[in-house]
Write a protein that binds this ligand. Structure first.
Ligand code: ZN
Ligand code: ZN
Length: 443
């Protein structure tokens, strides 16, 4: 409750001068920020490999006057993560955490931009892949540098402890967990609020999206190994065919959302990968399927995991698979994340701030999305720390207009064609995030 008393106090004493100074200050930093952005965009690094990116961020935050610790984070396999923690203490007051993610994706860039990435790297299974900031985490890192510089210069307008974190491996949703496992809060302080932003491939640059309550879905990562009895492709009667069983399973689970989940609770069940067999005339012993589940309710999520297990068992039973070859269904708890839940009180506190700095026309209320994030983990179990994630429009206005005219969808996040418009996206992001921090920590 202490944090809300502080937040309310901050609201009662608005920092008018910051609202006036901020755009000019950000404009003066913008040319440098844009060149940092292009540099980051040309040098993307995959999850678990953010060595140069984290070093660049750490260096810049240090130059801005923060006390910076690198290599914060421990993955489950014991390897060190490239997490960055930058702290600026400025008297007594609330502790506010701002988070950026840092990793890129195994996508070969096809935007044709002059600063397009040509980077390649080895992915987690050792394949050589193109690498691209196709989720715009380079926008987020650049924004953090802008926010750090602005808040360092406006130090007389806020008090408390500011913690900026560069989180690795968002795309594999193990980076936030790795930093928490490395005693993030015990070492650097437990925040009263945690803020983050994500660029948005459906909103126009210069506009932002503010959502109260669930903003991104929770996810579960489930593997289903459909086991049968392999044999000759011409003698199916001597086998239990896991390819046919997998086909039946995939069709059967299509009714989980339509028939077993309450229509009021949105859910997605996707089989993203299926592998089995080596040759036309061999019925394999097993087929492996990798699934993702998205929901806004933890209860619905666990019901769906149970539905999947029951359906797999049922298909195997119907095919006469012996008990010792029954399907193996694994829910990888560490690869799932809870719902990202924007604290309603925090959203209500910050929305008027954004309206004040951007104008009401530029502050929209988009729908929550079925995508997932690990940022919510920083709020700890049962929403102990109020968290808030903002959406920042990144689409060039002419592309938006063309999409409306032709009916063709815009490239989504993770697309090889996703090309955020750096300006005004970064300027807008720096202004709104800095304003949010000033509001929560303002004198
Ligand atoms: Zn992503
Ligand atoms: Zn992302």
């Amino acid at each position: 409750m202490r944090s809300f008393v502080l937040a309310t106090f901050a609201l009662l004493v608005p920092t008018m001068s910051s609202a006036q100074d901020l755009p000019a200050l950000v404009n003066s930093e913008l040319p440098q920020l844009l060149s940092i952005y292009k540099d980051l965009h040309q040098h993307p690094e995959l999850s678990h490999q953010e060595k140069q990116t984290s070093a660049l961020l750490a260096d810049d935050l240090r130059k801005a006057g923060f006390t910076v610790t690198e290599n914060v984070g421990k993955y489950d396999d014991g390897t060190q993560a490239y997490g960055v923690v930058a702290v600026m203490k400025n008297g007594t007051g609330p502790t506010v955490l701002v988070r950026t993610d840092m990793d890129a994706l195994p996508v070969e860039e096809k935007t044709g931009l002059p600063y397009a990435s040509t980077a390649r790297s080895k992915n987690e299974v050792g394949d050589d892949v193109g690498v691209m900031h196709a989720c715009g985490h380079d926008i987020h890192i650049t924004t953090m540098i802008g926010v750090a510089r602005a808040l360092a210069q406006l130090k007389n307008q806020w008090h408390g402890t500011l913690i900026l974190i560069g989180q690795p491996s968002e795309e594999r949703v193990d980076g936030a967990r790795a930093m928490l496992n490395d005693n993030l809060y015990a070492r650097f302080g437990k925040p009263d609020f945690a803020l983050a932003l994500h660029d948005d491939a459906t909103l126009e640059a210069g506009k932002i999206g503010v959502i109260s309550g669930p903003v991104l879905a929770g996810s579960a990562s489930v593997d289903v190994i459909m086991r049968g009895l392999g044999g000759h492709g011409a003698r199916p009667e001597a086998t239990k065919d896991p390819v046919v069983m997998s086909a039946q399973f995939i069709n059967a689970i299509q009714t989980i959302v339509s028939r077993q989940t309450p229509p009021q609770d949105p859910a997605v069940v996707t089989v993203g990968s299926i592998h089995g067999g080596t040759k036309r005339n061999i019925i394999p012993d097993q087929v492996t399927m990798l699934l993702t589940i998205r929901t806004f309710s933890d209860q619905v999520k666990s019901n769906i995991v149970a539905d999947l297990a029951r359906t797999a068992q049922g298909v195997a039973l119907a095919a006469g698979v012996p008990e010792n070859r029954s399907p193996i269904v694994t829910n990888h708890e560490n690869e799932g994340v809870p719902v990202t839940y924007n604290d309603p009180q925090l959203a209500a506190t910050l929305k008027p701030v954004f309206v004040r700095v951007l104008g009401a026309d530029n502050v929209l209320e988009p729908h929550p999305e079925m995508g997932s994030e690990d940022f919510g983990l920083l709020g700890l179990e049962n929403h102990q720390i109020p968290v808030f994630m903002l959406r920042v429009g990144a689409v060039a206005p002419e592309k938006m207009a063309e999409s409306k005219r032709t009916g063709q969808p815009l490239p989504s996040l993770h697309s090889s064609l996703f090309a955020p418009l750096p300006e005004p996206t970064i300027r807008t992001a720096v202004i709104v995030m800095t304003s949010a921090v000033l509001d929560l920590m303002g004198k």
